[in-house]
Design a protein around this ligand. Structure first.
Ligand SMILES: [Fe+2]
Length: 209
């Protein structure tokens, strides 16, 4: 049986550089009836645990270290006994939320993960943060981009640990090179495809965000 993609929207806040904003986050679950991989479990551990529904959790993957993507991951990890994975270049952001805890595994570019018979490849896509990753599964024709690529443009790069030219390079070289029909599941807001976003790249560069 092939894995399916489910998602939960959770609500909370994002804080950085002294500001705090209300946000809705997409939490992605990819798996079958027995095993699941969870991406960016945020804000509401109970809601995510309900979506997991007692299935084995192969991994809890954080696309980056902003608090609105990781603030429920430790609580969930403790409940389900699953490892937490995040790129080491977001160590500084991780430590803000979890000063006394390390993740279980530091992700690296091209790392391969597996859950429910589905293979995932880690794509290092820095720019929104130093350690932002996307998770690509050719098996399902989908990529989970966190806050690197949204429907309509790149993630924000106006705050600490961000860099606009770097996110553009990540999007151009690592995401827009995926097959055009690849479905893009984002950290906030609607889903899109690589083919729908690719023609807009020059406009994003021109506008500078
Ligand atoms: Fe973010």
């Amino acid at each position: 049986m092939s894995a399916r993609i489910e998602h939960v929207v959770t609500s909370g806040t994002f804080s950085l550089d002294g500001g705090t904003w209300d946000v809705d986050n997409n939490v992605w679950l990819i798996g079958d009836d027995s095993e699941v991989l969870v991406i960016d479990p945020a804000h509401d551990a109970e809601a995510v645990l309900e979506a997991i529904g007692g299935r084995t959790v192969a991994a809890l993957v954080c696309t980056h270290g902003h608090d609105d993507h990781i603030n429920a991951v430790a609580q969930i990890a403790d409940k389900v006994g699953a490892p937490i994975l995040i790129h080491s270049d977001d160590r500084a952001l991780w430590t803000v939320v979890y000063p006394d805890r390390e993740p279980d595994l530091w992700l690296v570019d091209r790392a391969v993960l597996e859950a429910a018979g589905t293979t995932f490849e880690v794509l290092s896509t820095p720019g929104h943060t130093y350690g932002s990753i996307s998770l690509y599964t050719q098996d399902l024709g989908a990529v989970f981009t966190g806050d690197t690529l949204f429907a309509g443009g790149p993630g924000a790069t106006g705050r600490s640990y961000s860099h606009f030219p770097t996110i553009i390079t990540s999007i151009r070289e690592r995401l827009l090179t995926l097959p055009p029909d690849t479905v893009v599941h984002t950290g906030h807001g609607p889903t899109t495809t690589i083919g729908a976003e690719a023609p807009q790249l020059d406009d994003w560069i021109k506008r500078g965000h």
